[in-house]
Design a protein around this ligand. Structure first.
Ligand code: BGP
Length: 465
């Protein structure tokens, strides 16, 4: 891999930090939602998580030992603004200042996500992402972060995976605010997120901050199960709703006409002002990159039933739900494909094809793979964590990135999910992703997994072989 290609790993505030009520932090929607019985796996929550808030020095030192070039983490909005807006919590800023400095001390490039799902509860109670005031509050939060950390942070992601928090929040109810079946609400909240993103990007550029800014979307490229015309139509439909709806407003500055028409016909088009649409248009060329979180593709076919929201992999993994309209597509599992324990298809080939699909539609936009990894219950052999399946998974996907780069796709970095074992939103601590193991039975002690040494070698050799 080229020398300027960044090898990193990622995390998110609610999933690692803990310290949910310390040093002036306000409540997040997840602090509240996860305590409603039955909402999360075995009622787990992120109150303590893996205590990164107190152990970040030890964690960053381990990342440095692994040779990590960049660490993607998110800022907890309620730690900075306990009520979402209003007074800043200086202690919150102090934590992120320390975290950033610790990364830099070890030559690790901080890659900061502003919003990875932990909305201040005070804003959730006022309508969350349905309320345009949340957009204003986000822009202020973003500006505060640019001002406070912009002298050292050069890489900013505004939002992580709008499709997930909007669809699970408003369609399936699996994430806060726990609403089911509000299809218009789903589209409305995605629109507000795109507007919030565009306003933050414009402000970043207008104020002359140094560095790059973009957004991260989950990327589930859709492929028809066969060549039947009706299934090919389903594939087109699935890509339009799950990919183009999310990438077009950011990179082309307008929504895909096909989806707009479909939503209009069903009375589901979000409320949008001319001013917002202009904003999307004029900021499209200002995005420096797009982040892709890729785990698996969708295999799709015609769906004869009416509106289907559950979309997917027929188990309860908490994945979305891509909405299907007029019953034209559904996502299915196939006998000849390989799946993880949580029924997510493993396909580096689809990843490579997907990157080409994006290049075909969006040209040479810079891409960071901001998440990719294997959720597993790691085998422990004689006290060692022998996560060969993770090594195989990541190796296959890094190889796909290498091919993509060789074939002219502009990929600038790869971030494994995750640096350290952490809370899985809906699967608790059982589903592991990290290179660093966290021993919950032993005071959250850290331990290096087999993959830790393997990734260290990949980075050191720049994935030569
Ligand atoms: C992405 C999220 C991450 C992480 C990952 C794995 O959608 O951005 O925060 O959770 O998926 O998901 P899970 O923990 O459900 O296996």
């Amino acid at each position: 891999m080229p020398n300027n290609f960044l090898f990193g790993a990622a995390s998110a505030s609610y999933q690692v930090e803990g310290a949910w009520n310390e040093d002036g932090k306000g409540l997040s929607n997840w602090d509240v939602f996860s305590k409603i019985p039955g909402k999360t796996f075995e009622d787990t929550n992120g109150d303590v998580a893996v205590d990164h808030y107190h152990r970040y020095k030890e964690d960053i030192a381990l990342m440095a030992e692994m040779g990590l070039e960049s660490y993607r983490f998110s800022i907890s909005w309620p730690r900075v603004f306990p009520n979402g807006t209003g007074e800043v919590n200086e202690k919150g800023l102090e934590f992120y200042n320390n975290l950033i400095d610790e990364c830099l001390k070890h030559n690790i490039v901080p890659f900061v996500t502003l919003y990875h799902w932990d909305l201040p509860q005070a804003l959730e109670e006022k309508g969350g992402w349905k309320n345009p005031e949340t957009v204003d509050a986000f822009v202020r939060f973003a500006d505060t972060c640019f001002q406070s950390f912009g002298d050292r942070v050069r890489h900013w992601i505004t939002f992580n995976e709008a499709v997930i928090f909007c669809s699970l929040g408003y369609l399936t109810g699996a994430h806060p605010p726990g609403i089911e079946g509000d299809v218009k609400g789903y589209f409305q909240t995605t629109h507000h997120v795109f507007v919030a993103h565009a306003r933050a990007v414009e402000l970043f550029k207008q104020n002359g901050y140094v560095g790059e800014i973009g957004i991260t979307h989950v990327f589930n490229p859709a492929f028809s199960i066969d060549d039947a015309e009706e299934n090919k139509f389903a594939e087109m439909h699935a890509n339009a709703y799950s990919t183009h709806w999310f990438y077009d407003p950011i990179l082309k500055g307008e929504y895909p006409a096909y989806v707009v028409k479909g939503l209009e016909e069903q009375g589901l088009l979000p409320d949008m002002t001319d001013e917002e649409l202009d904003l999307l248009k004029r900021t499209a060329s200002m995005n420096d990159f797009i982040g892709l979180n890729y785990y698996s593709p969708q295999r799709v076919m015609k769906n004869d039933s009416a509106l289907v929201m559950a979309g997917g992999r027929e188990n309860s993994t908490g994945r979305p739900g891509n909405p299907s309209f007029d019953g034209v597509y559904k996502t299915v599992m196939m006998d000849d494909k390989v799946y993880t324990k949580w029924a997510w298809e493993i396909s580096p080939e689809a990843f490579l094809d997907g990157m080409h699909m994006l290049k075909d539609r969006y040209g040479d936009v810079k891409i960071y793979i901001t998440e990719n990894g294997l959720g597993d219950v790691d085998p422990i052999v004689d006290g060692e964590i022998v996560d060969d399946a993770r090594i195989e998974y990541i190796e296959g996907h890094i190889r796909a990135v290498k091919h993509a780069v060789e074939q002219g796709v502009n990929v600038a970095g790869y971030y494994a999910w995750s640096a350290i074992d952490l809370l899985s939103w809906l699967n608790g601590y059982k589903k592991q992703y990290g290179f660093i193991y966290v021993d919950h039975a032993n005071g959250l002690a850290r331990k290096k997994k087999k993959s830790f040494y393997w990734y260290k070698d990949i980075i050191a050799t720049r994935a030569e072989n």
